[in-house]
Structure formats: C-alpha cells, structure tokens
Design a protein around this ligand. Structure first.
Ligand SMILES: NC(=O)c1ccc[n+]([C@@H]2O[C@H](COP(=O)([O-])OP(=O)(O)OC[C@H]3O[C@@H](n4cnc5c(N)ncnc54)[C@H](OP(=O)(O)O)[C@@H]3O)[C@@H](O)[C@H]2O)c1
Length: 311
C-alpha cells in the first residue's frame, strides 16, 4: 500500500490529508520509487490554492513534484534504470508519498555526495534558475542582480551565474546576508533605496536582473538598473513584469514555460551538484504526517532554504 498526502479541497494547506491507496504497478517506460525525501516548493501551496484551476473532478489532488529515493520496480521497456538505484526524480506527480511511479525519463542517478534530502530539492529550483540564466543570456563578465538571492531559486541562480563567470549582487534580508556572501555574491538588503544601494556597487547599473521575488520593487528596480529589458526576467511578477515588457518565465499568464530548456537542464544540474559546485541547502525536514506544516513553511516567503518531507 502507498501512503500519500493529498489535498481534499482547494484552499489553504489545512486541506491536506493522508490517504492510503493500493500500489499501482509501473506501466510501459515507468518505474516505482521508494521515496526517501520529497522537496517542497511554494508551487505546492499555489496548486492547492487553485492557482492553476479549481477543477473539482481532479480532487483529491496529489501533491509534490520532486523526490529522491530508491528504485523498487521497473515497468516494461525500462533499460537504463535498475532496481536498487538511488535516484532523483523530477517532474513527478504526487511526490509527497512513501512510493511514487513516474516515467524513467524523469529519473536521474543520485550523486553519492548528496543526501536524499539535499537531492530531493535540487531539480525544480535548479531548472527554474537555469531557465532564468538561459533566457537572459548570462555570460562571463556580466553584472547580474538577483532578487531573492537567499531563496532556493535565487541561491541556485546566483551559483550558476558565478559558474558562468558573472559577478552577482543579491538581495536578501539581513539575517541571510552571510548566506548570500557565502555563495560568492555581494549582499544588499531589499527595501526602500534598493536601486541606490546597487548603484553604490555598480554606478552604471547591471547587465542582467533576475527576479525570484515578484514584488513591484524588484521589477521597478530591475527596469531602472538594466538598459535591455530582454535581459530582465521574472518567475513571479507576471502582471507588473508584463506591463514592464520584461521576460516572464514559468507557469504564469503570458509566460514562457521553457519546458525543453528546463528538461535539458536536469542532467547538468545533477552533475554540478555531484561535483560540489552547486548546493541547495535544506532548512528543515518534516515527516509526511506534517505535510501541511511543511507546505505552509515552504510558502511563507522566508523558509531559509529547502523544506523537505521525509516519509
Ligand atoms: N515561474 C516558475 O517557473 C517558478 C518556479 C519556481 C518558483 N517560482 C516562484 O518563485 C518564488 C521563489 O521561489 P523559491 O522556492 O526560491 O522561494 P523561497 O525559497 O521562499 O525564497 C523567497 C525569497 O524571497 C525573498 N523575499 C521574501 N519577501 C521579500 C520581499 N518583500 N522583498 C524582497 N525579497 C523578499 C526571501 O528573502 P529573505 O528570506 O532573506 O527575506 C527569499 O530570498 C515563489 O513565488 C515561487 O512560487 C516560480
């Protein structure tokens, strides 16, 4: 039997309950994974809230897009994954569970250097950050402003930009200043006067701005500091960003989902993390029985790192 967390209605995380269902056998090209850890993202709360529709026929709603675990069963036609492999899987459906079935094409070998907890939170934020850099063409020598450099997407975007040879200024709250500096970026606090604080470091402004926060301040400051609006991207400020004519990325209205870019980014992200060049630190773990609390903290705006469910 599989135990999983599901949302029984659209609304806040109090809609999350545990459910036990018979194990589904993996079909053609699919594998079953014993989940050791599942990454929690703000999008999990958004899905429960109905941000992508409130189709009552989809209830109960499986939750959780990424896991790390051990392969336990292979469906017909699977040749490149073996039973017992320690793996990362993204994107999956219903990852907040002790067992998940997914396409073998979404499964990657877990580098031994990563714990299951670390591995489970790597790919959703990693692929998003990769898309941000790709869409804005971040290259060696660029001055890149990252809004929310202490967040999970922001931390990866900062590290990837530095790997590409860019220089990064990252915004964050004061309590996360050292975390941003530890990535190799300069830290500035967000809030009134942000543009002036960035200009104190870069008098000519920035070449690129990446917004992972979604505030008007992040969009407006980016537009003030970056001359080319094609080199400003947001994953959250779809209305303000659309008005400003900057790049909108992900699942929001009018945004570029970047499905191919994100899918292709998964293996290089796993390789970078395995080589110790990319870290997605875990702030806190929760048991599956506390999935609602995990989702609440992950969507608080200040989780301080990845939130992970350990079933
Ligand atoms: N479109 C897509 O494809 C896509 C994909 C993934 C995520 N997202 C969205 O992107 C956002 C970030 O995701 P995440 O996982 O990185 O979240 P996260 O880990 O919670 O990071 C949030 C970041 O925002 C900062 N922040 C919070 N309030 C702020 C404010 N008022 N002004 C400036 N910065 C503020 C936080 O800084 P401090 O904690 O230091 O205060 C932190 O750096 C979420 O809204 C998520 O849903 C979109």
């Amino acid at each position: 039997m599989t135990t999983r967390a599901i949302a029984v209605r659209y609304g806040d995380p109090s809609a999350v309950e545990l459910q036990t269902i018979p194990d589904a056998a993996p079909g053609e090209g699919r594998v079953a994974i014993a989940v050791r850890a599942a990454g929690v993202n703000p999008s999990d709360a958004k899905g429960i809230a109905g941000a992508w529709g409130r189709d009552e026929t989809k209830l109960p709603l499986p939750i959780g897009s990424e896991v790390a675990g051990v392969v336990t069963e292979l469906g017909p036609g699977v040749t490149d994954v073996a039973i017992g492999d320690e793996v990362i899987a993204f994107r999956v459906r219903g990852g907040f569970a002790d067992r998940v079935v997914t396409a073998a094409a979404n499964v990657f070998a877990k580098p031994p250097a990563l714990s299951f907890e670390e591995a489970s939170g790597l790919l959703l934020v990693g692929a998003t950050a990769w898309h941000l850099l790709d869409a804005t063409g971040v290259a060696a020598g660029d001055c890149v402003l990252v809004h929310g450099a202490s967040g999970s997407v922001g931390r990866v975007a900062t590290q990837l930009a530095i790997v590409r040879g860019a220089t990064v200024v990252g915004t964050a709250s004061e309590r996360n200043a050292d975390a941003v500096r530890a990535l190799g970026a300069a830290w500035v606090p967000y809030g009134d006067g942000l543009a002036a604080r960035v200009r104190a470091i870069w008098p000519d402004g920035a070449d690129v701005a990446l917004d992972t926060v979604g505030t008007d301040e992040a969009v407006d400051t980016s537009v003030e500091l970056v001359a080319d609006r094609g080199r400003i991207a947001t994953i959250s400020a779809f209305r303000r960003g659309g008005e400003a004519g900057i790049r909108l990325l992900g699942g929001g209205p009018g945004a570029d989902p970047g499905s191919a870019v994100r899918a292709a980014a998964r293996q290089p992200l796993v390789d970078l993390a395995g080589a110790g060049r990319l870290r997605v630190p875990v702030a806190r773990t929760f048991p599956l029985t506390e999935a609602a609390a995990a989702i609440e903290l992950a969507s608080s705006g200040h989780p301080g790192g990845k939130i992970v469910i350990v079933p």
